[in-house]
Design a protein around this ligand. Structure first.
Ligand code: UDP
Length: 482
């Protein structure tokens, strides 16, 4: 809807993501979809994230097209010099509680016009607490897969069944049987590292379990997934949380609705916190169809120098062409010498950039596979383009996503817990040569289902319309009760 067309009566929705790339990226897509449907949106970023977006993207001009679309900012409490990556990222939760929460509460009391609904990142308990305290309806948005949320929900059942925590040197292939729907394939190694705790009262284990159970309360749970991908798990979840809106894959949904409304998403628009290096696109143009493996471990994973070198050898020794996103904080330590065969092999068949236009890269015909950390956005972006994956999960939801990619959806290979050059080489050849046909067949099928669900009448399309209607009736109910 154009600026001048938005009616005064539009509900005011505040969207508050966790200040991390994957979360902000998908919640900005949701924000644009809701703005397109005519809702007034305020998008709340941390100061740090907003600065990155202003520096590297066109968000201000892109969203200025929508009537009443506002960005607001709030401190995340971390010191400026904090890298906001790796396992140290988790520190942010302490600061959000102590610094951000009181400021957020004051903002919600004073904001004009009054907020009719908060769409809070489901990991931001502070936003849910404040919303409840002030009587503002809240819909929680978990930016990860349904399969992972469901496993988190079952943490207390796993504890009760004596299956958690995983202690010391256990057989990591032991089956976990108390997550409904995953009894036959979920192993200890497919659960995140916080499940490896010394006792059942471990604070992280307890916090994740309680926070996830809270996601099932409230006015609804919003998910960036689609019914044809995760329907089985969703039907289990609906026994605990009847109002689940699956509206994904959000990036494809947005692209589809924008073109339906005769708008186009500019190819070069991004929500990246880093400067995008587009030089890899002309490089890809010169490579044969389906010949390149794209390698990226997302925005948070931090690899050691040894791991970088093992991946590098594996890629070069595979003899395949590769495009690798190697963030500056993942570079080999200064002073480490890079073996000459890696430099030579990369000159011949490789391209390394510090940040890529990932959606465009995955959609490029030269790409034949994706070596990924199995972050949920990356997984969905690969699914949409029908690109098979090798999974090397780093933390959190990625351990479970990678099990589903390989074991349930048949979209690739899971290489978790291993990182040596022979394994990398074997996996790359397995994906790009030996099992190529099998994976491409299933990936093409799932990509087609993804496209159908965001088209008119598809499940995600209808669920988004239902979400908009429900938000409109929240405003109506508030007005009637005045
Ligand atoms: N991304 C990108 N360029 C890159 C690497 C990643 O645009 O070079 C984007 C990617 O498209 C995805 C997001 O960063 O949307 C990463 O989110 P994901 O959930 O996959 O992983 P996280 O960074 O949260 O671990």
């Amino acid at each position: 809807m154009d600026k001048e067309q938005q009616p005064q009566t539009s509900p005011h929705v505040l969207i508050f993501p966790l200040p991390a790339q994957g979360h902000v990226n998908s919640m900005l897509k949701l924000a644009e979809l809701l703005a397109l449907a005519g809702l007034k949106i305020t998008f709340l970023n941390s100061d740090f994230v907003h600065e990155q977006l202003l520096r590297h993207t066109d968000v201000l001009s892109r969203f200025s097209k929508y009537a009443g679309f506002d960005f607001r900012t709030i401190p995340d409490g971390l010191p400026d010099e904090h890298p906001r990556a790796g396992h140290g990222f988790m520190k942010i939760f302490e600061f959000l509680e102590s610094t951000t929460k009181p400021i957020f509460k004051e903002m919600m009391v004073n904001i004009k016009p009054r907020v009719d609904c908060i769409i809070a990142d489901g990991v931001l308990g502070i936003a849910v607490d404040v919303a409840e305290e002030l009587g503002i309806p809240v819909i929680q948005f978990r930016t990860i897969s349904a399969c992972c949320i469901w496993a988190y929900f079952a943490v207390s059942d796993m504890i009760q069944a004596g299956e958690l925590p995983i202690k010391g040197k256990e057989d990591m292939d032991r089956l976990i049987t108390s997550v409904p729907g995953m009894e036959t394939f979920l192993r200890c190694r497919d659960l995140p590292s916080f499940c490896r705790a010394s006792d059942t009262m471990d604070s992280t284990l307890q916090r994740i379990s309680q926070d996830t159970r809270k996601n099932f309360e409230g006015h609804g749970l919003l998910l960036n997934t689609f019914e044809d991908l995760e329907g089985d798990i969703l039907s289990h979840m609906r026994t605990k949380a009847p109002k689940i809106y699956t509206v994904g894959p959000l990036h494809l949904h947005l692209r589809t609705r924008l073109s339906d409304s005769s708008r186009t998403l500019l190819d070069q628009s991004s929500n990246s916190f880093h400067e995008v290096d587009r030089s890899c696109l002309p490089w890809l143009d010169k490579q044969p169809k389906g010949s390149v493996i794209y390698v990226s471990f997302g925005s948070l994973a931090v690899l050691s120098s040894e791991e970088v070198i093992e991946f590098w050898f594996g890629l070069v020794n595979s003899g395949k062409r590769f495009l690798w996103v190697l963030r500056p904080d993942n570079m080999v330590e200064k002073g480490d010498s890079i073996p000459v065969e890696l430099i030579e092999g990369t000159k011949q068949r490789g391209c390394i950039v510090s940040w890529a236009p990932q959606e465009e890269v995955l959609g490029h015909g030269a790409i034949g596979g994706f070596l990924s950390h199995s972050g949920w956005n990356s997984t969905l972006e690969s699914v949409v383009e029908g690109v098979p994956m090798i999974c090397w999960p780093y933390f959190a939801d990625q351990q479970i996503n990678s099990r589903f990619v390989s074991q349930v959806w048949g979209l690739g290979l899971d290489m978790k817990d291993l990182c040596d050059r022979q394994i990398v080489e074997k996996m790359v050849n397995g994906l790009m040569v030996e099992k190529r046909q099998e994976f491409v067949k299933s990936a093409t099928k799932v990509a087609k289902l993804a496209k159908e669900c965001v088209n008119v009448g598809g499940s995600s399309y209808c669920n988004l319309d239902r979400l908009v209607e429900d938000i409109r009736s929240m405003k109506l109910n508030i007005n009637l009760s005045k």
